[in-house]
Design a protein around this ligand. Structure first.
Ligand SMILES: CC(C)(COP(=O)(O)OP(=O)(O)OC[C@H]1O[C@@H](n2cnc3c(N)ncnc32)[C@H](O)[C@@H]1OP(=O)(O)O)[C@@H](O)C(=O)NCCC(=O)NCCS
Length: 144
């Protein structure tokens, strides 16, 4: 099992795994300097997709995507992908990795994974979401 940088021909498989970006949008990320698109590979199969977006001014790495193929969940792939993303972010010089969710951490499998792996609540913002006027975003951070 290994986490490696994605290549152009991973786009179709990653778009199948995660609904967040189309294959075309993923391919475009390869030309974007502040973004890192990674895949988790096991025995030649791509089973997970991870995308990090870097903010230079405060050395922050944002999780743009972290998704494991639905049929392969519950076997440690999510944790392996997260660990690979943490290593990659540290290598670029980021000081913290961040994500956000809603106030109920149990509503989202990804936030559960983050909390189980040492992310802690580090802030809230009640003006974050455009489509849910009264919803509060909860921020989770991990010091690298
Ligand atoms: C969150 C997500 C990545 C987790 O992936 P996963 O492969 O199921 O994660 P893991 O298997 O590593 O961990 C899940 C659980 O399985 C357990 N597990 C089962 N078998 C395991 C094994 N062999 N090794 C390690 N952990 C194992 C883990 O302990 C963990 O349980 P815990 O949370 O109670 O500790 C996955 O559910 C997902 O893709 N969700 C959708 C995320 C999403 O919406 N992303 C897009 C927006 S950013």
């Amino acid at each position: 099992m290994k986490v490696r940088p994605a290549k152009t021909n991973d786009a179709a498989r990653c778009a199948e795994i995660s609904p967040v970006r189309t294959a075309e949008e993923l391919r475009r990320l390869l030309g974007q300097e502040d973004t890192q698109w990674l895949v988790l590979e096991d025995k030649g199969d791509v089973v997970g997709v991870g995308i990090l977006h870097y903010w230079a001014w405060n050395q922050m790495a944002w999780i743009w995507d972290l998704t494991v193929d639905e049929g392969r969940r519950g076997h440690g792939y999510g944790q392996a992908l997260l660990k690979g993303m943490l290593r990659a972010a540290k290598k670029t010089g980021a000081r913290v990795m961040m994500d956000f969710g809603t106030p109920n951490p149990n509503a989202c499998s990804l936030i559960q994974l983050l909390v189980n792996n040492g992310f802690r609540i580090c802030g809230t913002n009640d003006r974050w979401f455009a489509d849910h006027k009264n919803a509060t975003a909860v921020f989770y951070g991990y010091d690298l």
